[in-house]
Design a protein around this ligand. Structure first.
Ligand SMILES: Nc1ncnc2c1ncn2[C@@H]1O[C@H](COP(=O)(O)OP(=O)(O)OP(=O)(O)O)[C@@H](O)[C@H]1O
Ligand SMILES: [Mg+2]
Length: 367
C-alpha cells in the first residue's frame, strides 16, 4: 500500500458541492459549517473517488448526481501526494451505468492504492445494535488489508448464492449437485473463519492500548467472534450442513453458514452493548477504529486517510479534548467535519491545521 495523501480535489455535479478546488494539508483538515451545507458530501466525494463507492448506505450515482447539474455526469479531478512529494493525478467521469477513471493521465481500471477509514461515531449505535453492521464492518475492514480475504469472500458469496438458488427450486432435483459442491463451500468457510480470527487477534492488542492512549482510562477491550465453526474442522461444518439439509430444502436457503456469524465487543470482559453507557460505547467503537488504523500502519508501514464525520455527539468536552490531542500527535491525514460550535472552537486550537468553511456547497479555505 502506498502512502498517498489527498493534495487537491475538485468535484463537479457531485450532490450540492460547487466545483471549488480544495487544497488539503497533509495532517489535519477541519471542515466546518452549519447543518446541511455539504461537509459530509466532501468526505463522501473523496470516498467515492478512492473506493468507487460511498460510505452512505444505498447511495450510488443517482443520489450523487447534483440535482441542479447541467450534465448527467460527475467529474472528479484530484492530485495525491506521497511523503517524497511524488504526485499522482487521479481523475474520473461517472455516468449512470458507466464510469471512466484515469491514473497519472492514463485510463485505468485499477483503483488508487490507498487506504481509507471512515469514522462516524453515530455508527457506534448501529454497530452495537445490528449484527449485519458488525459483519460488514469486519468484512470491509479486513478486505482492505487482505486481498486474499477479499477474493475468497467474494467467491464464498457466489457459492452461497448458487447453493441457495439450488435449494430454492421446488420440487428439488438438485440434491446431488448441492452435495457435490459443498466441500468447496466448506473449505472456503473454514479458511475465511480462520482469517477472521487472525484479524481479530491482530487488532485486539491495539484496542486496549488505543483506548488508554486516547481517553487515559484503563479498560480491557477486545472484539471476539461468535461462530459455530470457529476453531473447528471442515468435518464439523459438514456435519452441521448435513443436519440442516432437509430443513434447508424446505425453507429454500442455507440456514447456517459463516455469513451468519457475529462479533462481540467486550469491555472488561463484558458485552459492551449490555454493560456500557452510550458514551463508553462510543469510546469503545472509536478505539476499535483507531486500533484498526494502528494495525494498518503495522502491516503496510503507512497510514490510511482518515475521514471523521461529526464526532462530537455524546462525548463530553473532556473526551473531545483527549481525542483532539490524539489526532494532533498522530501522523495520518485527517479530514474532520463538525457543525458543533464548541467542538469547532476546540478544533480551531489545533496548530497547523487547515480549516474550510462550507456554505451551500461552496467551500472557502479560512486563513
Ligand atoms: N444529489 C444532490 N443534489 C443536490 N444537493 C444534494 C444532493 N444530495 C444531497 N444534497 C444536499 O446536500 C446537503 C447535505 O449535505 P451534507 O450531508 O454534506 O451536509 P452537512 O454539512 O454534512 O450537514 P450536517 O452538519 O447536518 O451533517 C443537503 O442540503 C442536501 O439537500
Ligand atoms: Mg454531515
Amino acid at each position: 500500500m502506498h502512502s498517498w495523501k489527498i493534495n487537491k480535489l475538485q468535484v463537479t455535479n457531485f450532490r450540492n458541492l460547487q466545483p471549488d478546488v480544495l487544497e488539503f494539508s497533509d495532517s489535519i483538515n477541519c471542515i466546518l459549517g452549519e447543518n446541511g451545507n455539504g461537509k459530509t458530501n466532501i468526505l463522501e466525494a473523496l470516498h467515492v473517488l478512492i473506493k468507487r463507492k460511498s460510505f452512505r448506505k444505498n447511495a450510488s450515482f443517482p443520489q450523487y448526481l447534483g440535482i441542479d447539474g447541467e450534465s448527467p455526469e460527475i467529474y472528479f479531478s484530484s492530485v495525491f501526494k506521497d511523503e517524497n512529494e511524488n504526485k499522482m493525478p487521479c481523475s474520473g467521469k461517472m455516468r449512470d451505468k458507466t464510469s471512466e477513471w484515469y491514473l497519472d493521465g492514463k485510463p485505468s481500471k485499477r483503483k488508487l492504492d490507498v487506504g481509507i477509514v471512515f469514522i462516524n461515531p453515530f455508527d457506534s449505535n448501529t454497530f452495537h445494535l445490528t449484527p449485519a453492521f458488525r459483519r460488514n464492518w469486519v468484512d470491509s475492514h479486513l478486505s482492505q488489508v487482505s486481498d486474499v480475504y477479499k477474493k475468497l469472500l467474494s467467491q464464498y458469496t457466489q457459492m452461497l448464492r448458487f447453493r441457495n438458488n439450488l435449494l430454492s427450486k421446488k420440487p428439488n432435483k438438485f440434491r446431488e449437485q448441492i452435495l457435490a459442491s459443498d466441500p468447496q463451500f466448506i473449505k472456503a468457510s473454514i479458511e475465511l473463519t480462520n482469517m477472521r480470527i487472525d484479524f481479530l487477534n491482530q487488532i485486539n492488542p491495539f484496542i486496549t492500548e488505543t483506548f488508554f492512549k486516547i481517553f487515559s482510562e484503563e479498560h480491557e477491550l477486545m472484539i471476539s467472534i461468535d461462530s459455530k465453526v470457529a476453531g473447528s474442522s471442515e468435518e464439523f461444518l459438514q456435519k452441521i450442513l448435513q443436519e440442516n439439509f432437509e430443513k434447508d430444502i424446505i425453507i429454500g436457503h442455507t440456514s447456517y453458514g459463516i455469513h451468519k456469524d457475529d462479533y462481540v465487543l467486550l469491555f472488561d470482559g463484558l458485552n459492551s452493548f449490555d454493560y456500557c453507557s452510550l458514551g463508553q460505547q462510543k469510546m469503545s467503537y472509536l478505539s476499535l477504529l483507531f486500533a484498526y488504523i494502528e494495525l494498518f500502519r503495522y502491516k503496510f508501514k503507512t497510514f490510511p486517510i482518515v475521514l471523521i464525520d461529526d464526532v462530537s455527539g455524546e462525548l463530553d468536552r473532556f473526551r473531545w479534548g483527549r481525542l483532539i490531542d490524539y489526532l494532533e500527535t498522530s501522523k495520518f491525514q485527517v479530514l474532520i467535519t463538525t457543525a458543533n460550535e464548541e467542538f469547532k472552537k476546540e478544533l480551531e486550537k489545533i496548530e497547523g491545521s487547515v480549516k474550510f468553511f462550507v456554505t451551500n456547497g461552496s467551500t472557502q479555505k479560512l486563513s
